[in-house]
Design a binder for this molecule. Sequence first.
Ligand code: NAD
Ligand code: AHE
Ligand code: ZN
Length: 375
Amino acid sequence: TQGQVITCKAAVAYEPNKPLVIEDVQVAPPQAGEVRIKIHFTALCHTDAYTWSGKDPEGLFPCILGHEAAGIVESVGEGVTEVQPGDHVIPCYQAECRECKFCKSGKTNLCGKVRTATGAGVMMNDRKSRFSINGKPIYHFMGTSTFSQFTVVHDVSVAKIDPQAPLDKVCLLGCGVPTGLGAVWNTAKVEPGAIVAIFGLGTVGLAVAEGAKSAGASRIIGVDIDSKKFDVAKNFGVTEFVNPKDYNKAIQQVLVDLTDGGVDYSFECIGNVSVMRAALECCHKGWGTSVIIGVAASGQEISTRPFQLVTGRVWKGTAFGGFKSRSQVPWLVDKYMKKEIKIDEYITHNLTLGEINSAFDLMHGGGCLRCVLKM
Ligand code: NAD
Ligand code: AHE
Ligand code: ZN
């Protein structure tokens, strides 16, 4: 198949919110600096649903969504040296070129090399898509497009992993789990004894809990409007639960009262701008730090009284938990293999690519953390 167009199945999003359609798509061979990957397993993340909903200002249609996956390299384009056919890999929506201003800064995991192309749904080389149906181009998504049996990505977006690692599990290391762990370890740098509040106990929030537990947090307070989340959250390290619906005062006040003045760290894992405000305002005066992880819809804005910051609270955000993708995803895979981090516990459902619309229904229905699709 090397150098040839591959025809395979992919789930195509033609329009916002219209069911995905399983189509035969043509996947062009990788050009210079590109890698074609046979995706073996992909999970669904709420960011896929967000873009599909039409609320993402970068959303383009028709496109192939998906960004939490694992597979095996099928072929590589000219000049690609770090991976070869047969390598087991995780496609990474956050690239790491090690050459750009961002990568060299030592201050961020964001990479500038291919970001304009991935945001425009095309490849860097010729600003065109490698996906088409009968000659009509289909846009890429987040530089990954893993809802396809084959995808083409930039070489700076490919993490080569241990070939022994089970692809149906480590696919989760493409997004949600590293995001939560890294928000604690890299962005907030939670220290032993700290009091932590987590808003939203989906996969991202539970990974925050896991990270906070391993960092030695003394109290991990889980906040969710769905009380069914509380039972499972205990297994990830959450020590106390608060359902905002049980109180008739603002949730920030509830947390301040529970913690003698506020939490040391809070994490917003929902994508709701009023919760983001509450997450900042439940932080302790003088030092409390709040990390935004959730992705909010186009047009939404955060606000608070500047006095909240004047009096020492800190507002931060994180993308992919601050992890350098190509360097650190393989390290996370190794940590999973050594049983130092969980993955299996986040997988509540297993379906096939053909069942992807039901998988999204499950995701919206509650009771689902991650659903992994076999391709
Ligand atoms: P999820 O939907 O599984 O979890 C969200 C949780 O929040 C649910 O348990 C829900 O019951 C709860 N919730 C909803 N409204 C609430 C409210 N008002 N108060 C308290 N709880 C509430 O989602 P997920 O997959 O864990 O992702 C969480 C968010 O993180 C999404 O916005 C996703 O797009 C974003 N995300 C960001 C990054 C990043 O790099 N920054 C990476 C992955 C995901
Ligand atoms: N396109 C959206 C932004 C979406 C967003 O913030 N994405 C996160 C990852 S979410 C993964 O589930 C991210 O990493 N952002 C940094 C980046 O470079 O995209 C919008 O609002 O425009
Ligand atoms: Zn995601």
